[in-house]
Design a protein around this ligand. Structure first.
Ligand code: PLP
Length: 444
């Protein structure tokens, strides 16, 4: 394992040899823009046809999902069960990325005025996708940036409190630590169970932590260590009853869950669409509810930072890598064709099956809730007497399955994390189970 906690994979060098990589680049650059458009049209025709033919098909495996899997980019040999780090990309997203980079390099100056306005088309799509207004959508670069924008931009005084859970990601904790160092605010950790047994267990813990000095609750919607989906709607109600604002880190939410900003109700919501939505790294979502926009200072200022009535004022970043943003638009189109509800249902069906079978294996401790309201496509667990690294390496070597280690021994959260996205099959999940059982049967 390297210092980023990433396990070295057995045959990475074979897959990404310099020769293969160059061949792939040459192959793609030979394609004209019209050919890239044609490729996308053919993929979408295929999905439309599948939607017609298999409209009622809810079985987790079968023709529909096999066909969808073929429209992703990853290497055939790999079974990608680590969306939680970086997810694979659907082919139309890659084609769009290449297309717009080609357009950009062909005539950079004229493209300069052509690209900017088209950013709003993506903003509109993103807003529709999460049931928000386009005026509430900031196209950031990732969750970390969104979390920093909010922590940095809210006025707080020495002694004011922010409540966080005990399982936040460094990208969600450190913006507040910086603010604490600079302005003397106080951070309070609220412990939550591994896994929590109910919604009330979580809301009660936060209720007990609130004091008259609490100004912000900052909590993961999708908890990277445990796979918990936090009850944001209930926490929004609790926060708003007390005049507290709620910031949620949903790095994994976009593309995994059928999100609706209005129903969730929080004030700020940050996400990284390269994990589950299939967009490239380098673009993210920050939702800023209309009625709190005047309370948030922009962190970056160029023309437009002082406009009112739109979250665009938090996005005056100067030149952007626009092809990334157009590829995000394509990722939204790809998932919309399949359907957000259908995606969440499949992700949860696969995870539900994995959890139900895992708990029958001696020594397994599930860190993720079995309640579908409190969980999604991330499943974390440990096996007594089996090193998490051993599980990761064994599944990789025996089945080409990519999962990862997660958590820390010190915090009692150490284990592995498995992602079950739409291109995973029950057969893949069965291989995980077979591998875990094999190791569990031979543990120290
Ligand atoms: C819960 C959570 N928050 C924040 C992040 C940081 O995401 P990014 O690097 O896209 O900003 C991650 C990354 O894995 C995460 O899992």
């Amino acid at each position: 394992m390297n210092d980023l906690g990433i396990t070295k994979l057995a045959n990475v060098s074979e897959l990404f040899s310099r020769r293969n990589f160059v061949k792939m680049l040459v192959g793609s650059s030979a394609l004209s823009i019209a050919a890239l458009d044609k490729l996308n049209a053919a993929i979408y025709e295929d999905i439309d046809q599948l939607n017609q033919d298999y409209f009622q098909d809810e079985s987790p495996d079968g023709v529909y999902w096999d066909a969808v899997r073929r429209h992703f980019m990853f290497h055939d040999k790999l079974i990608m069960m680590n969306n939680g780090t970086v997810g694979p990309m659907p082919k139309p997203v890659f084609n769009t990325l290449v297309k717009y980079f080609k357009i950009q390099v062909t005539n950079p100056y004229e493209v300069y005025s052509f690209f900017g306005p088209r950013r709003d088309e993506v903003r509109n799509k993103l807003a529709r996708f999460v049931s928000a207004s386009p005026d509430e959508v900031v196209i950031t670069r990732n969750t970390t940036e969104g979390m920093n924008f909010v922590a940095n931009g809210l006025d707080m005084e020495e002694g004011d409190e922010v409540l966080m859970s005990s399982m936040e990601h460094p990208g969600g904790i450190n913006p507040w630590r910086l603010k604490a160092a600079r302005y003397g605010i106080t951070i309070k950790d609220i412990p939550i169970g591994l896994p929590p047994q109910s919604v009330e267990e979580i809301t009660d813990a936060f209720r007990r932590g609130i004091t008259p000095r609490t100004k912000v609750i900052s909590i993961s919607h999708t908890v990277y260590i445990s796979g918990l989906i936090a009850p944001i709607r209930e926490l929004s109600e609790l926060a708003h009853e007390r005049g507290i604002v709620l910031l949620t880190d949903s790095a994994h939410g976009l593309g995994m869950l059928n999100l609706n900003m209005r129903q969730l109700g929080m004030d700020f919501f940050a996400s990284s669409p390269y994990k589950w939505l299939g967009s490239p790294c380098g673009c993210g979502l920050l939702y800023v509810k209309q009625d709190v926009q005047d309370r948030l200072w922009p962190t970056i200022a160029s023309s437009g930072w002082d406009r009112s009535g739109s979250a665009r004022k938090f996005e005056t970043l100067g030149q952007r890598a626009d092809p990334l943003i157009f590829a995000l638009g394509e990722a939204l189109d790809f998932q919309s064709r399949i359907g957000k509800e259908r995606i969440e249902r499949r992700v949860k069906t696969l995870a539900g099956y994995l959890k139900k079978e895992l708990i029958t294996i001696p020594g397994v401790r599930l860190h993720t809730s079995q309640d579908p309201y409190l969980s999604g496509g991330l499943t974390a667990f440990s096996v007594e007497g089996v090193e998490p690294n051993r599980m990761v390496n064994y599944l990789r070597e025996k089945y080409n399955i990519v999962i990862r280690t997660i958590g820390s021994e010190r915090a009692g959260t150490s284990g592995v994390r498995v992602s079950t996205h739409i291109f995973i099959t029950l057969k893949d999940v069965d291989m995980v189970l077979e591998g875990v059982k094999y190791l569990a049967d031979r543990r120290a």
